[in-house]
Ligand binder design. Sequence first.
Ligand code: B12
Ligand code: SF4
Length: 499
Amino acid sequence: MVHYLRKGIGERVPIVEPSEAPSNVFSKEPIPMTGPINLATILRKEGYDAFVFKEGLVGREMSDEELVKCNVLLLSLMTSTYERGVEYAIRYRRLRAEAGLESRVIAGGIHPSMMPEEAAAVFDQVVIGEAETIIADILEGEKKGRIIKGERHDDLDSVVPIPNFELVEGWENMHIFPVMTSRGCPYECNFCSVTEMFGRKYRFHSPERVMQELKNLEKLFKEHESTSFFRRHFYRDRILLADDNFTANLVRANDILDRMIASGYNRKLLCQARAEIAKHPELVAKMQRAGIDVVCVGCESINPQTLEHMNKRQTVEDIIRAAEVFHDNGLQMLGMFILGSDDDTKDVFKMTSDFCHKHKIPFVQYSILTPLPGTSFYKDMEKQGRLLHKKGDHKKWDYYDGMHAVFQPKNMTAVELQEGMMECYNNFYSFGNFVREVGKYVAQSARALFTGNSPSFHPAKYQLVGAHIKRKWLQLNQEYLNYLANEPKANTPFGESLV
Ligand code: B12
Ligand code: SF4
């Protein structure tokens, strides 16, 4: 019989966000997802001793001693962290059984939501979709199903609590704090799982609520003001507006930005927006005045056919305009590109690198097109038998991270796609560019003593990060490269030797 927790008995309820496998160069990503923080906040209010354990932030896994004490283990899983989630469940159950205790593992997040049957074969309960309104009932045993469907609410203000970041273990080490002001996206790009998970209806928090959340964070920063001169003056904590598309509703975005400007909001933010927002330069200028200094733009491709087949509803001209308008308004654009569609040939790598240089895009992220579960691209690849790993392959989901070729491309081999992506990184990021950006930073810092404008170390930092990525990827992925180099046909097993 499953042991259900009662409130207030002081047992720890961890919501674990495992790291990705070491083969992933972003495995130490220190920004938590907002969902687990919301759930921990709700459970705390309900009397549970809930907290978020994000491995990448704490810098270690939960120890055996910590795990065995938990009556229930909650796991928040993306596709690339799923396999590690399974390992957690196995270890937790073994430890509990050895101690003569019952165990209970509940999994949620995007991957279990998209592959619930697979997850239900491993975990005691699996939650599909959003869980704020049902998480307490699940813990109390009022919802007993193996697979439980979450609820999509329109009125986010009333169901989503103001997240309590102090429930995130090691939150003091965070430098970027996520604030999610909306859910859902009106578009339906064929490679993206957001609409399947959150729907096409754009649901959002009221501007008042967004301001409240930002103010709350300021209070937290003030209470724990860093004693480090460097951190206070040159490397201040930042906010990530984690919305998939912060500006999907122009009236709302304008309202939030107006409020931020009127309140004298004084902290740097990053956000994600579509390239077409540059058709509204006045809004872009307002973003800059409100403190946004980096905009992550899903450029995806400079190949018009690829954009068309991705259903991106965006043109190459939109991307060029975005690069110009963001630059003219003092915003730095992080251009995110996806390589390897059926319309891409081998020259896409050089053309994309040249494009980024030509249009002076300050930061870029290159990803390999990845068939993420729940997307129409996944369904197509599965139907066409082009997924490289077969069902049940050892740790196959580890490689669904945008940095590994996991399907058979049409106009090149999988290893050519893999090497082409690394080549793009190589062309854009280098140690020489890092030194140049550090020079600019030093000059800006000197000017800051007179102007008070805090300089950004991010361009330099990202040059170094980017240059590091290829080296680290190669170090960690020799075996995977060998596998790809042998021209695997679809459904070729990989990894029996990889334990
Ligand atoms: C902000 C963000 C980031 C940030 C940081 C946060 C983070 N660690 O991921 C950055 C930019 C660093 C990032 C990086 C990456 N990201 Co990202 N990211 C997002 C984004 C836009 C928002 C996350 C969020 O806060 N969501 C909102 C909250 C409400 O949802 P949630 O956290 O999933 O939680 C809800 C439910 O899932 C559920 N739930 C969650 N956990 C649990 C646990 C239990 C027990 C239960 C019951 C329920 C439950 O209840 C929650 C509340 O309703 C999402 C898209 C999205 N809209 O979710 C993509 C998304 C998660 N990212 C994605 C990807 C692919 C990546 C990268 C691999 C990209 C890359 N190539 O680099 C990396 C991975 C790095 C890493 N290890 O984290 C994909 C994941 C798809 C998949 N199937 O795995 C998403 C879904 C976007 C997409 N294109 O489809 N990302
Ligand atoms: S890629 Fe961006 S615009 Fe396209 S569906 Fe996903 S969130 Fe929406």
